[in-house]
Design a protein around this ligand. Sequence first.
Ligand SMILES: [Cu+2]
Length: 318
Amino acid sequence: MNTMRAALAPAPLRTRRRVFALSLLAAIVGILALSGVASADFWTPESGGSPQAESIDTLYKIILAVAAVVFIGVEGVLLYSLIKFRTKPDAVPVQIRGNTRLEIGWTLGAAVILVVLAVVTFAMLDDIRNPPNSDADGFPTDRIVNVQNASAYQPRPPNGRALNVEVNGQRYAWRFTYPDGDTNSLNNVFSYETMYVPTKTTVALTIRAQDVAHSWWIPALGGKADAIPGHLNFTWFKVPRPGVFRGQCAELCGRNHADMTAKVVALEPAAFKRWLVTKKAEIKASDEAAGKRRAEESEQLEQGESPVSEDLPKAEGE
Ligand SMILES: [Cu+2]
């Protein structure tokens, strides 16, 4: 009777749990595999926009390969031993004391792997930190002389020439300023959200924040650089060909942090020059218009008229 009842009962809980666990595992593996196909950079850092992003990607792949060999080796031996030497319940397995030779072997092996990885990392760090010169057909640039506090270290190309762009993080936008070399910093070209840069040209970024900590990050153009109030930070990139690179503030900076996106548009040097000239003219024209309006308003004030412009809404009762 008991046997019959058990046979008629729904599948035991253990079996259902096992089926659930297996389907969950299959789903996760499927999602991971598919997203790997959808984006080649799923397993490794994004790259393709700048030489140091390539170096970071290469270094990551070397370390990933070594780690994969170690992981497969260790897990393989573990699984093999679990299956091959499994015993029946209550049976005591053979007790083996430490094998000195084996223990020295895997300690030395691990140490050698770490030393090799450290040497490879330090050998590649130079290319990641220090920018190369611009190409001969890049945008003509001045020597960068913008370090304002002595403790700040700004990596420079060997010839010291780069296009300097000041990056200012603020809740919730990035402002980019292009110093033009004169002493008046108020007439510099600037833009918000989208940074335009010339290709084949080393671009040196000076990064600061005006309110809270932010983090400048365009993955395909290299690593992150924190934007900290009261502190200067630096990074660089050199884009080989025209393109658009997107990024995101990488430091939780407030409730609209997710809206704090950034975009770098790389243009051919001639097109960049056109952008710079047009932008400068636009800023000059609107400065002049504002100046004219201020002059008109102060004239009206002197004549005792209300300086409030016609197009502004009037207060009630006027
Ligand atoms: Cu932010």
